[in-house]
Structures are given as C-alpha cells and as structure tokens.
Design a protein around this ligand. Structure first.
Ligand code: PLP
Length: 430
C-alpha cells in the first residue's frame, strides 16, 4: 500500500499541530508507523487520501457501533443542522435523550450532558466529592478516565502509595488525593479502605477496562467494589464511556447486574458528535448547580446536533435482538481469532464485542502489570501486518478493538484468514 499523500499530509500537519495530531494515539508511534489521513468512511470501511481501504476495528475508539456515516443517523442530523446548531437555550432533544439514557441505564436516574468523556468524569468526581464531603478517590492501574489533572495518576505506582501524575504540568498536590490499586486485586482495595476508608469519596472503575486493552473482571471483583463502597459510605462510579451502550443497552452495569451510584457514558451516546454524560441517583444529582452547590456548566453541552445523533443511534440499537446478534457474531469471531493466533503465543481477551490480542506467550493478563508483560514489538509487527493487508486494528496494545453491527461475516473471515497466515515470531512465555 502506498501512503504518499498521507506522508505529505503528516509532514505539513506536523508544522502546525504538535506531532501532527490532535490526540496522541493517532500518531501511530506505538506501532512504528506514521498516520494515515482519512478521506471518508462508510459502515466499517475507512478510505484514506491515497485511496487505500481498511476494515475498521477501532471505529473512532468505539464510537461507531452502528457503523460510520450510518444512513439513518445522517438523515436525522442533516435535518437538524437546518434548524441551527446551538442556542445556549434548552431544546426538547436534551430531555428526549436524557429520558432514554435514564430509562436504559439503571444507575442514571438523572443525567447531565457534556462534550467529552473527560468532562463527564471530571464533573462526576467533583459531584462525588461534593456529595460525600470527602477528598480521596480510588482508581485502578491501567484504567483511563480522561485527561483531567487529578486523574492522570501513574499507573503501576505501588499499592497504598499516593499517586504521582504521569504527565508533566500536573503538580503533585493535584493528585495527592488519588489512590491507586491493581485491577482485580481485592486485598489491595481492602487495605486502602482500612487506611483511608472514611475519607474515600468514590471508587472509579471502568467495569470492563479497555484502556489497557480488554481485561475482564474476575471472581466478582465488581460486586466486591459495590459492597465495600457501600460499607464505607463511598460512592461507586462506573466509567462507562466505552462500555455504555456497547455490551448491552444498559451498559456494563446491566451486563454484570450491579448498580453504581454514579455513571459516565460517552463515545456511543453522541452518535459520532462530541457528547458525553454523567448521571446517578436523583439525590446526588440534585447537588448540581443550579439546584445545588456543585458547579458545572458548558457552552455547547447538550447541543442539538449531538443530541439528534445520539437519539438516532439509540433508535438503531434499540431494535430487537441487536445486542444478541452483535455479541453472538463477536463471540464466534473472537474464538476463531484466538484459535488462529494461539500457536503464535497470543491470548485474545474479550468481553462481549470488545477484544484485545496480547503477545504474552499464552498468559492471560488480569491487570496492568500483567498486560505490560506483552511483547510490544510483536504487537506492533502484527498490527502492521494487518494494516498492510487492509485491516485497521486499534493501534496500541493498550487499547480495545470493537465489532460493529455492520461488520459482515466475509469481512470477519478475512481477518481470520490473515491471522492464520501470520508468520510472526513466536513469543517466548515469561
Ligand atoms: C475515552 C474515554 C474517556 C475520555 O473520553 P474523551 O471523550 O476522550 O474525553 C474516559 N473514560 C474512558 C473509560 C474512556 O474510554
């Protein structure tokens, strides 16, 4: 595949945009490539400016469960833009989408819309602190909750040690209330509660961690978190920015049968436009301005275009059997992928239709520490092989791949075929 135009575009972009990109993973550094520039996308097919086509499993980081440029979403959005694109004054659309989100996601009795997952999480944490009048938060190594200062806490820092930021520009004081523990580690969580229990405002978790690749919970870890937060009067915050409307219509909380106190959703809920939301029990949400003392606001929050795209997307996803069919298709594909890659020392973790291949020599990672045992060079080689054969996987070991309702069996078969033919170096188990 030739990337001449993309290469030129990247050089020019790098003149005006740091690193040539507006979000770091797009730079493809983790896989030893430079970015392709996209001309258009339809369904699950990306077309770059050189005319190359790729079957997309990144899907704008999980946004396009219903496919790129979905006809019915586009139809509604094109009508909506004619009526104006933002007023800074309420519309019926905001109530309509809030009502649906609230009816679908068990833990979101009331909802407020914002423009990004980062904002949703940042606001939910402020609310949790305002409600509990406590300062500490507990997060898990390898979970990502957006780029707000106080959440950029070094993954991998020791259990029971207070966080240090993993970004320059964040004073240590800003993260001193962030505690971290390994995912799936009940003992570490118990220890932190024993020490800080009455000061922990909230435990924040991706119920299916997807930002260290997919790492499923084990041994009722999420139920354990529900119980221990209740016991100590802390709030449980599910960051469902990826999993909301991904595993089921009711998110991971419905999938696992757990009701958190607060929830964030993003990605899918904006139907491809910048929208995200946080929500929770009415009693907690009533602390938000203008009714309560916790301040939060946004010029473009709940704007009519994103609300329209969100509603149209939920209309598609609400059709009967959507998730049964999607998850069945995904399970069949992922188990075939696992079978094809097993001889190469690859383990494919998955939950429902989210998956990640790990190059760990056959060990199944259960936390960030174990994910980091994966051979990143081997991952990069595999990624480039797929890329050069027209398959766009999420371009880092620490990300998830997604199946859309629009992936056809033929497109999935092609990936299996490629995986079978892959002649990567065997990974030595560690
Ligand atoms: C993507 C993501 C975020 C951040 O959302 P942005 O819209 O990129 O700000 C937060 N939490 C999780 C779990 C995410 O996957």
């Amino acid at each position: 595949m030739k990337h001449n135009k993309s290469d030129k575009a990247f050089a020019e972009a790098s003149e005006y945009i740091p690193g040539g990109v507006n979000s770091p993973v797009r730079a493809l550094r983790a896989v030893g490539e430079t970015p392709i520039f996209i001309d258009r996308a339809k369904g699950v097919t990306l077309t770059d400016i050189d005319g190359n086509q790729y079957t997309d499993f990144c899907l704008s980081w999980g946004v396009f469960i219903a496919g790129h440029a979905n006809d019915s979403v586009l139809q509604e959005v094109s009508k909506a833009v004619q009526r104006g694109t933002s007023y800074g004054i309420p519309t019926l659309l905001e109530t309509e989408l809030a009502k649906r989100v609230s009816q679908l996601i068990p833990g979101m009795e009331q909802v407020r819309f914002v423009n990004s997952g980062t904002e949703a999480v940042m606001s939910a944490i402020r609310l949790a602190r305002g409600y509990t009048r406590r300062n500490y938060i507990l997060k898990f190594e390898g979970c990502y909750h957006g780029h707000a200062d106080h959440l950029l806490v070094a993954a991998g820092s020791g259990v029971a040690t207070q966080g240090r930021s993993n970004s320059a520009g964040v004073p240590d004081d800003f993260v001193r209330y962030a505690l971290t523990a390994p995912f799936n580690d009940k003992e570490a969580v118990k220890k932190l509660f024993a020490k800080y229990g009455s000061d922990i405002a909230t435990v924040i978790v991706e119920p299916v961690p997807a930002n260290m690749g997919v790492v499923p919970e084990e041994d009722g870890f999420l139920h354990f978190l529900r119980a221990i937060t209740r016991e100590h009067g802390s709030l449980l915050l599910f960051d469902e920015v990826i999993t909301g409307f991904r595993l089921t219509l009711g998110g991971a909380q419905q999938y696992y049968g757990i009701e958190p106190d607060l929830t964030t959703v993003g990605k899918i809920v904006g139907g491809g436009f910048p929208a995200a939301a946080f929500g929770g029990r009415r009693e907690i949400m009533q602390l938000l301005a203008p009714v309560g003392p916790v301040y939060q606001a946004g010029t473009l929050s709940g704007n009519p275009i994103a609300m329209t795209a969100g509603i149209a997307t939920l209309d598609i996803l609400s059709q009967p059997d959507t998730y049964e069919q999607l998850n069945d298709k995904a399970e069949r594909f992922i188990s075939r992928l696992q079978e094809a890659l097993e001889p190469k020392g690859v383990v494919v973790n998955h939950v429902g239709n989210m998956f990640t291949p790990y190059f760990t020599g056959g060990n199944r990672p259960r936390n960030f520490q174990e994910v980091r045992q994966s051979n990143l060079d081997e991952f990069a080689r595999f990624w480039r092989y797929m890329f050069n054969n027209g398959v766009y996987l999420s371009p880092s070991q620490f990300e998830a791949d997604f199946i859309s309702i629009q992936h056809t069996e033929a497109e999935l078969d092609k990936v299996i075929e490629l995986a079978r033919e892959y002649r990567g170096e065997l990974v030595i188990g560690n």
